[in-house]
Ligand binder design. Sequence first.
Ligand code: NAI
Length: 290
Amino acid sequence: MADIKQIAVIGAGQMGNGIAEVSLSAGYSVYLMDQSKDMLDRGVAKIEHNWNKLISKGRITEQEKSTKLANLITTTTLEAVCDVDLVIEAVVESKQIKEELFARLDALAPSATILASNTSSLPITALAAVTNRADRVIGMHFMNPVPVMKLVEVIRGLGTSDETYQTVLEVSKKLGKKSVEVNDFPGFISNRILMPMINEAIYAVYEGVANAEAIDDVMKLGMNHPMGPLELADFIGLDTCLSIMETLYEGFADSKYRPCPLLKKYVSAGWLGRKSNRGFYDYRSGNRWS
Ligand code: NAI
């Protein structure tokens, strides 16, 4: 089993900064790379904000925070981050962008480096196919928010080796996560089950069955879900939800996965949920409407 000491996280958005945070807390040296300097700054600010909350609760000290931060290097240059044991990719949910990135990572990283993707739904086998190291390509699907949620789906591509799988299981354990082993099918387990429910909730808004708040109340108060499906969609990001539905629709060629036209409309309007301050709810004033 490979000994993992250094991790590079590519993409500093809501998932990437969370993965960087838990990796630093587990004692790894971390490179955090994003094409946007602004996203890197926001990512580091989020990590510090979370640690400051832990300091105020007496769960970590200022000294521990400084030690962890000293193990973090941020950069906008991919070339600067590839000489590591494990890369965890967390850029936007686009097959084309991820495939281009994996081809570049394969050319830049030492042959022993494991390339993992945090994709929500895209085939790991197809990402592996653009590299010359299919045995060292794997899915590590964290849940949002990463520091809070305990699960990692570990997805084996067709060519993923047992050694890579065992190494990633060990890393997940060190990060304090429970892993489940999943084979490479569109949406894996989590989003094959979750996303059709979210899409159905969006159809219910689209068809005028009820407003967003009523639908969320039914699922929270009636089904004991901690968040309603539309609040959750806003939290995940409507662009990510649409990409996942498109992957399910294309991957299974089944009309039950057809993305709701209202979801497409919101995404084309730039209403992406919390990250753009507007989705099924409006977050601009700190208040929400539905
Ligand atoms: P996000 O939109 O918050 O962040 C994406 C980041 O990727 C941005 O900072 C962007 O600047 C960066 N980026 C885009 N192309 C890049 C490139 N070529 N090189 C470097 N950086 C690049 O997205 P989020 O929500 O963090 O999602 C990231 C991945 O995690 C996606 O694959 C998504 O499906 C997956 N995921 C998302 C979850 C969620 O609840 N949002 C849950 C689990 C997985």
